[in-house]
Design a protein. Structure first.
Length: 209
């Protein structure tokens, strides 16, 4: 069964509160999203594989562990997921990066793929799927469908805000994918926005509104 991790740390609570403020401009909004993503990476990557190595200190030899770039992939969902990338890559710069682009079909309201470029092979990689807002969960579920179709076996999902509806949908559709969120909000409104939320994450990251 999927694990839901809601961060409970003063630094994360502080940054989330700043992020929600409608008067925060795009520059600060981007910085906050990246800082949150960096702070979350420590917990999100807790189960990622390490290689056993020997290292020579100035005094002796000892056993240690390193992370191979080949064993970890970070995949932002376009476009808002890009807003978390600098923060994640600052902490795990060796990771490979893929991209998934999805748009919502106006007739069916279902996510449709328009771009997919992933590091290969994916089957042995620890895959972090990043999208700041887990709202209905349909885009995240569709992105995970794609990752699994390309061979991914170990996937975790990292977001900044999650709605109960999105968590429910994602755990129903992909019970093997753990969800990490900086905050867990109340509900979705009739337009699919998270309440209290922070508005449209993509627009606020890129200043498009
Ligand atoms: N996507 C957003 O950017 N904001 C929401 O509240 C829901 C989905």
């Amino acid at each position: 069964m999927a694990k839901l991790v809601v961060f409970d740390h003063p630094l994360i609570k502080h940054k989330i509160t700043r992020l929600r403020d409608k008067n925060v401009d795009s520059k600060l909004f981007r910085e906050l999203v990246n800082e949150l993503a960096s702070l979350m990476v420590y917990e999100v990557t807790r189960e990622m594989p390490v290689l056993d190595v020997e290292v020579e200190t100035p005094l002796t030899r000892c056993k240690g562990h390193v992370i191979s770039g080949d064993s970890i992939a970070v995949v932002p969902v376009l476009r808002a997921g890009l807003g978390m990338m600098d923060g994640i890559m600052n902490v795990i710069p060796m990771a490979r990066v893929g991209h998934i682009g999805l748009y919502r079909c106006p007739e069916t309201l279902k996510p449709v793929e328009y771009y997919c470029k992933l590091p290969e092979p994916l089957d042995e990689k620890f895959v972090i799927l990043a999208d700041p807002m887990l709202a209905t969960g349909f885009s995240a579920a569709a992105a995970i469908d794609l990752l699994k179709a390309k061979g991914a076996k170990k996937i975790v999902f990292a977001c900044i805000l999650a709605a109960p509806e999105g968590v429910q949908a994602l755990t129903d559709l992909h019970p093997d994918v753990d969800i990490y969120t900086a905050a867990y909000d109340e509900k979705l409104n009739e337009h699919g926005y998270i309440i209290p939320g922070l508005g449209d994450a993509g627009d606020r990251i890129f200043g498009t509104k």
